[in-house]
Design a binder for this molecule. Structure first.
Ligand SMILES: [Zn+2]
Length: 71
């Protein structure tokens, strides 16, 4: 297992607010509420994790090629 980045900058598509978040290592995060505009973010079609859709770094399971989000 290589180095896995656990921090991702999640950018809200509604207001552009950048949220630095620590990702869970063994699960995908489906919802994220923007602390700035209170929008509830959901993954884009084809993704199952908000980090894969809006983050600067893919979620850890995807980095490890388990393909939790990729089917
Ligand atoms: Zn926002």
């Amino acid at each position: 297992m290589g180095d896995v980045a656990l921090e991702s900058v999640l950018t809200c598509p509604h207001c552009g607010f950048a949220n630095r978040e620590t990702m869970p290592t063994d699960a995908c995060q489906f919802y994220f509420e923007c602390p700035n505009c209170k929008a509830l973010l959901r993954p884009k079609p084809g993704d199952s994790c908000v980090f894969c859709s809006f983050g600067s770094v893919k979620c850890p399971p995807r980095q490890q090629l388990h393909g939790c989000c990729a089917s």
